[in-house]
Ligand binder design. Structure first.
Ligand SMILES: O=C(O)C1=C[C@@H](OP(=O)(O)O)[C@@H](O)[C@H](O)C1
Ligand SMILES: C=C(OP(=O)(O)O)C(=O)O
Length: 453
């Protein structure tokens, strides 16, 4: 679907969608339990893939009312009690890397064979280190094409044990092993062979596991317990634990990766003197809350009332900065879009792992922002955007079938002169299904294939 965005200003109050990362984990953790309710879930293409996997393992995921899953205020999960059944069919993880990694480790617990696949993007992403780790733990875990990519075949059961895995490809391997490890007989000890990137995502996992009554510990080189995943040499999770959230339910916080587009839109295009207010910005373990500090460093007029969970942002002149995205890969497209509007160079460093996402987001942003008139320089682990608002001109850009590329280009399109056509606008359904409705409510001039404003 083509989306056309014409230069416009934004103002008013909007609400952050619920967190994709927490929803995936909460649905699977509820699956590992005897049953639990997930309140304020993100219902999107990716989280539906995790719900399908929970169902395939013998659980069930139902909306709490007759409203239907897309409008559910809560999802009632009937769990499989730590013992996934052998699925009756292939599990389709669609576009979701989180689903594929977390479900591959869950599948290893089943006493039989599970087959996992996904769309073309997901079948190009790296799964090799997780397959090797499971293989080392005595599970048959293979790529059908022998290239470390899906389709995958996993035959359990997994008893647990000690395993080594790199930390610089995807933190989701660690999350997967910790979540499954808690219900093994022997537990799992993970030794990182390279430093962990995207560490805050493992903190999200540890926070959620704690809320489900599961103990898992990051450890230092000397084996001592650490407070968080940053700088960890490994992780330990005891086996034989039971998932059960206090009171039988878990509430998902707002999503800071999604909030990043709302903050960026306000920073570049808020109506003069008028703020954009974003509700649902409650503090949690999400590393992507760094968007507030990054926007501030660029010169944005932004305030975060953490207690109220409200971010207020007004338009201001932005300047280029240097940002290390080792911990916050999903912010790269947003920062690149901000950089295209800012004055001077924005250097985004430590971003090689951002190439392993739904698409190579480093190249995608370098090329698509260049189409809008921004100069960009790409290196293996650095993207530099040589910004200047006056240079951005509406053009036809390719969203690369990647939700974050689409949403970031839409932010740049707010200030690009004339109309920008973004191809593949429908892919926002992966993480922020009502993105264009929310932006239109704030004032974005947007048309979607005859859908109007
Ligand atoms: O665990 C998670 O919820 C995620 C981890 C990150 O991936 P990597 O750990 O592969 O960098 C992030 O990019 C992804 O959007 C969500
Ligand atoms: C990379 C992402 O998600 P996943 O790895 O789950 O596909 C994302 O949401 O940006």
């Amino acid at each position: 679907m083509d989306v056309r965005v014409t230069t416009s200003t934004v103002r008013g109050t909007t609400r952050a969608p619920p967190s994709k990362s927490y929803t995936h984990r909460a649905l699977l953790a509820a699956g590992y339990s005897d049953g639990a309710t997930v309140r304020s879930p993100l219902v999107s293409a990716d989280t539906k893939a995790t719900a399908r996997a929970v169902t395939a393992f013998g659980g069930a995921v139902e909306p709490d009312s007759a409203a239907g899953i897309d409008d559910a205020d809560a999802l009632v999960v009937d769990g499989f009690g730590g013992r996934p059944a052998v699925p009756g069919d292939v599990i389709d993880c669609a576009n979701s890397g989180t689903t594929m990694r977390l479900v591959t480790a869950a599948a290893a617990l089943a006493d039989g064979t599970t087959v996992l696949t996904g769309d073309g993007s997901l079948r190009s992403r790296p799964q090799g280190p997780l397959l090797e780790a499971l293989d080392d733990l005595g599970v048959r875990a293979e790529s059908t094409r022998g290239n470390g990519r899906a389709p995958l075949v996993v035959s359990g059961p997994l008893a647990g044990g000690d395993v080594a895995i790199p930390g610089d490809v995807s933190s989701q391997y660690v999350t997967a092993l910790l979540m499954a490890g808690a219900v093994t007989d022997e537990g799992v000890e993970i030794d990182l062979t390279t430093p962990l990137k995207s560490a805050p995502y493992v903190d999200i996992t540890l926070e959620l596991l704690d809320d489900f009554g599961i103990e898992a510990t990051p450890v230092a080189d000397d084996g001592g317990a650490l407070d968080g995943a940053a700088g960890a040499a490994g992780f330990v999770v005891e086996g034989g634990q039971s998932y059960a959230p206090a009171g039988g339910s878990y509430t998902v916080p707002g999503d800071f990766s999604s909030i990043s587009y709302l903050v960026a839109a306000g920073a570049v295009a808020a109506e003069s003197g008028e703020p954009v207010r974003i509700e649902g910005a409650v503090p949690s373990a999400q590393g992507d809350s760094a968007i507030v500090e990054i926007a501030e460093r660029m010169g944005a007029d932004v305030e975060w009332d953490r207690e109220a969970g409200v971010i207020t942002v007004r338009r201001s002149e932005l300047s280029g900065v240097e940002v290390d995205v080792g911990d916050t890969p999903d912010l790269l497209p947003t920062i690149a879009a901000l950089g295209a509007v800012a004055d001077g160079d924005t250097h985004i460093t430590n971003c090689e792992h951002v190439r392993y996402k739904e698409t190579d987001r480093v190249s995608a942003m370098a090329e698509e922002l260049a189409t809008l008139g921004a100069e960009t320089t790409e290196e293996p682990d650095t993207l530099t955007v040589h910004g200047s608002e006056s240079e951005l001109r509406g053009a036809t850009v390719d969203g690369r079938a990647d939700h974050r590329i689409v949403m970031s280009l839409a932010v740049a399109a707010l200030v690009a002169e004339g109309t920008t056509t973004i191809r593949g606008g429908e892919h926002v359904d992966v993480s922020f299904p009502n993105f264009f409705e929310a932006m239109a409510d704030l004032g974005m001039a947007v048309e979607r294939d005859g859908a109007g404003e």
